[in-house]
Design a protein around this ligand. Sequence first.
Ligand code: ATP
Ligand code: MG
Length: 421
Amino acid sequence: MKITSIKGFSDIFPGEVETWQWVEQKVREIFTFYNFAEIRIPIVEKTELFSRSLGETTDIVEKEMYTFADQDAKGTLLTLRPEGTAGVVRAYVESEMFKIEAVRKLYYLGPMFRRERPQKGRLRQFHQIGAEALGRSDAFIDVEVLLLLSDFFSSVGLEGAELQLNSLGCEQCRPKYRERLLDFLKDHDVGLCGNCRRRMDRNPLRVLDCKEPGCGEETKNAPSILDSLCDPCREHFDLVQRLLWQADVRYDLNSRMVRGLDYYCRTTFEWKSSQLGSQSAIAAGGRYDGLVQELGGPAIAGVGFAMGIERLIMLLRMKENHAPAGPLVYVAWVSEKARGWAFPVVHRLRRQGVLVEMEGEARSLKSQMRRADKLRAPLVLILGDDELDKGIALLRDMTNKQQEEISLEKVEEVLMLRKAN
Ligand code: ATP
Ligand code: MG
């Protein structure tokens, strides 16, 4: 019986994977300019890490995590990481990176797992590129992180992504807003969904983020958090906006954007694209000044984002194809002896950086030429017993259909030259 993949878990095949590689290469390039260094963290962490950092009442922790018991340690639950920030901060605290350098700018890239309903742009295993700047609480770094994203979008030719911005305040001002909002919600709870009514007391802000149309309608006139910011939060947010204007990055304020996770404070943002349909968010993030401490480290501020690679690639593939060039040379052999001669030559050429392909099994010359055509190889090296006896090979230029004889000793040299051109 055929074994199939699991719903929401996809393969990425050649033809598509080249776009992924190209995106990853661009990430490494741009993120390095901004002095972010890569960190690779495990895919499995203790469940507690996520419930503590994301918050017990978040969608992810309540229903989306892949959690299982650790067979080697009774009572310990493990979870496939649903996001990257918690793991990065855990690693940062555990290794005491802050003792070596006061500011660390890190990025990661890899698969994340969430048990949500699979649909277009929503998978159960998906991939994120994320960046975290730890050790700075000023508005300049918030904007640096936003500029990094905006430069990255330009470098991959992504247009039309729209930035939405909000501030969630801090421990001084948010509790007051929370009360105001809760009062409002209590007067308007009839139209709210069951989930929101249930979570309202513990986390009223989450109601503003609910995707149910009824909740959106009911909270249309809810008080705005931007009217409740304390002076330091207001100043921080004003500076963020001024710096974005200066850098020519346009944005819209969205005071209803509270983000799904509990660890955010002050600046939060989301980049969306209208071309993505209902799964419109490409990247999202914000400031999380309490998280390092929450995970057992000192009071160190942080700001970061995560970007969904599948959604980004959906947008890029609407534009162009990044399939790499095929082989430069296709070796067509029509006898075992010719194959025997060609095999080590092909190996040497590959070692010198020439992309060469040769057939694995005996086939007619005609069928090999068809294959070379299909691979779009500009050059075909043809070898048979007759040629070997004469000490030559035929080199066919597939663009102008010219064929020349070259002596066997010259084959490598000639092909190396063609590679250079
Ligand atoms: P959404 O509102 O679409 O559920 P989110 O707020 O849950 O997004 P984050 O946790 O902020 O998303 O993750 C950052 C980015 O990761 C998203 O903007 C999106 O591009 C991508 N992402 C999140 N969940 C998925 C998923 N299940 N499948 C594919 N991409 C995802
Ligand atoms: Mg989500």
